[in-house]
Design a protein around this ligand. Structure first.
Ligand code: DAH
Length: 342
């Protein structure tokens, strides 16, 4: 066979060869490029060829040799890869990447900060169940049967027992604590709550609240206001101003919603405060005497205040986070930004 045809046939052979082990790659290398390999034969044929063909043949031989060398290189690297866990192949001198340091979830950072402030004011932490009965979530908190107030919160009920439901607020823990303890009591109750809501940038079916309850002789609305002012100034800064707006909750009388003054300087301020400069942070009020009595506390002897705030809402305000869903997506690019937070 003339050298030209021979090279074409070898090129096809070399292109088709498959390697399963590093030894096969080495055998291939020796077969073609070794001291007694086929390239040597090709060179001998080349020397014997007529001079006028040498130009073309030389080019073909060079291309073929490059093809063989490339197959050897590819084979060697793919075999080294597949045997990479073999201790002999492992480069022990390679510097490691270090152990990545985790970060607290922003909701944990804020929950801990809120709890810390209230603990320093003498509140103690208590928790209650997420799956609750109607009494602790609604009836014990003065939500009358069939009263529209129950519609304020879209509830997930347990199919097999409609008296059981996922708590829609942490206020349920107030009832448990009042049933369990004797006044005076000063308690904060953090936890998850659930509502049957379509998930959006501003609403979720699961979120977190922190509830506060203070019951003693002679507790007044002034105590409530001063406690919340102090809390807001510790959390948002010493110059923070608050205002209380009359509101309605079945379990407090009077009831109020608390706003912090955010400012109206930038376009963002205008947008998030809807042009008012104020942002709502929580609901509160004086515990309704009917609620105290329902849990066995004498309302002629004791009075108290309660408040409840959404942890997501406060975290969004503090860190200017625009979409509630970011908290639940576990996107590292979001979570890593809280590295180094307390
Ligand atoms: N439970 C209310 C809610 O989920 C928040 C709330 C308002 C809690 C007033 C309170 C309170 O303790 O006094 O919307």
């Amino acid at each position: 066979m003339a050298l030209k045809e021979q090279l074409a046939q070898w090129a096809a052979e070399v292109a088709a060869v498959q390697f399963n082990t590093a030894e096969e790659v080495e055998a291939f290398r020796i077969q073609w490029l070794g001291r007694k390999g086929k390239m040597k034969d090709a060179m001998a044929d080349f020397k014997a060829a007529p001079n006028e063909e040498k130009r073309e043949l030389g080019k073909l031989i060079n291309e073929f040799k490059q093809q063989v060398e490339q197959r050897v290189a590819e084979g060697a690297s793919s075999q080294a890869h597949s045997e990479g866990d073999d201790a002999a192949q492992f480069d022990w001198t390679r510097p490691d990447g270090g152990i990545p340091v985790g970060a607290h979830h922003p909701l944990s950072v804020v929950r801990r900060e809120i709890i810390g402030i209230l603990e320093r004011m003498g509140f103690v932490v208590s928790e209650g169940p997420e799956i609750e009965d109607d009494w602790h979530v609604f009836s014990g908190l003065n939500f009358p049967e069939e009263h529209p107030a129950r519609d304020m919160q879209d509830t997930f009920f347990v199919d097999r027992n409609p008296d059981m439901l996922l708590r829609t607020h942490t206020s349920s823990v107030q009832v448990r604590e009042m049933e369990k303890r004797e006044p005076p009591m000063r308690i904060i109750m953090p936890g998850r709550v659930f509502r049957n809501e379509a998930i959006s940038a501003r609403a979720h079916c699961m979120f977190h609240q922190i509830e506060g309850l203070y019951i003693d002789k002679g507790v007044s609305f002034a105590d409530l206001k001063q406690t919340l002012l102090r809390f807001a100034q510790e959390f948002f800064g010493a110059d923070t101003k608050i205002r209380l707006r009359p509101s309605y909750f079945p379990f407090t009388e009077p009831s109020a919603e608390v706003d912090v003054y955010w400012g109206l300087e930038t376009e963002v301020d205008k947008r998030i405060t809807k042009g008012t400069g104020w942002l709502e942070i929580l609901g509160c009020g004086m515990v309704d005497p009917a609620v105290l009595e329902a849990s066995g506390i004498d309302s002629r002897e004791y009075s108290g205040f309660a408040f409840g705030m959404g942890v997501e809402r406060i975290t969004m305000l503090k860190y200017q986070i625009g979409d509630l869903r970011a908290f639940f997506e576990s996107d590292m690019r979001f979570l890593e930004q809280f590295q180094g937070q307390r």
